[in-house]
Design a protein around this ligand. Structure first.
Ligand code: KIV
Length: 284
């Protein structure tokens, strides 16, 4: 679409997409240039997720994320994004301790990060907190199923909802979040067949990561889809590029050009006027 025809994506657009049955595209981004290219490509939702702790900063999990780090990433992404809907991802322990802290930190994402909504992890246990944030005037997206911040208490990074009881609990979580005022919910790593029931159980948009095709939109981690994160590859990731390999190739090429003294070439050097150079030689 031509640049001048594009409009900033708001919640109304995302709700219309659901109504029309059109799937929404969502990617994470943790830095200015990546967000710029995603926005240019027309990606509809962009989120500097706490997954940046792993993908960008090399941590083993998302728990070390602090509010300051998340705001630093969010602000960089926010400066790049002109059109996409921007989500602020609440880090570990920024909303679990008290509703007051949750509201204050959610407010920081809105005021300092320039986001369109915040996202936080948890189902029934977070319904009251979500209601309090929504009451403070901040739009909230829930995150249920596999919730990485509570991996230690849900048996690790495993798909969820694979028994009748566990599946019913996730459906119930989605309903409670809708009742609490969440405008949408993200479902992570659940059986594809369960997603249909979650979508049917609520009227708000249900987005998915590893939740099959029946949800209202898909998200994956940008470093996963570009082949930049190689520690492991979740089952639901499709690689759209092998940028890690392309980078190694470029670095090797650069090194060999230096060794062969073919870099820099004449076009990559600054010049001095011949006359000035002659004077310099005479003086030296
Ligand atoms: O932190 C993150 O990137 C997420 C993904 C599951 C979308 O929450």
């Amino acid at each position: 679409m031509a640049e001048e025809e594009r409009k900033k994506i708001d919640m109304g657009y995302l709700l219309r997409m659901k109504e029309q049955g059109e799937k929404v595209s969502w990617l994470t981004a943790y830095d200015y240039p990546t967000a710029l290219f995603e926005d240019k490509a027309g990606i509809e939702i962009i989120m500097p997720g706490d997954s940046g702790m792993m993908a960008l900063l090399g941590h083993k999990n998302t728990l070390p994320a602090t509010m300051d780090q998340m705001l630093w990433m969010t602000q960089a992404v926010s400066r790049a994004v002109k059109y996409a809907f921007l989500i602020g991802d609440m880090p570990y322990m920024s909303y679990q301790v008290s509703k007051e802290e949750a509201i204050r930190n959610a407010g920081r994402f809105m005021a300092e990060g320039g986001v369109d909504c915040i996202k936080l992890e948890g189902g029934a246990n977070m319904a009251d907190t979500i209601a309090a944030i929504v009451k403070a005037g901040i739009p909230v997206m829930g995150h249920i199923g596999m919730t990485p911040q509570s991996a230690a208490s849900i048996g690790g990074y495993k798909s969820q909802g694979r028994s009748v009881g566990a599946a019913k609990k996730i459906i119930e979580d989605a309903k409670l979040l809708e009742q609490a005022g969440a405008w949408s919910v993200l479902v992570e790593a659940v059986p594809a067949k369960l997603s249909r029931f979650i979508v049917d159980a609520v009227s708000i948009p249900v987005y998915g990561i590893g939740a099959g095709p029946d949800v209202d939109g898909q998200v994956i981690i940008v470093h996963d889809m570009l082949g930049l994160f190689q520690a492991f590859k979740p089952k639901f990731v499709r690689r759209y590029a092998e940028m890690g390999e392309a980078m190694v190739e470029a670095f090797e090429h650069y090194k060999s050009d230096i060794k062969a003294v073919t870099f820099p070439g004449p076009d990559e050097c600054y010049n001095i006027k011949e006359e000035e150079f002659k004077k310099l030689v005479a003086e030296l």
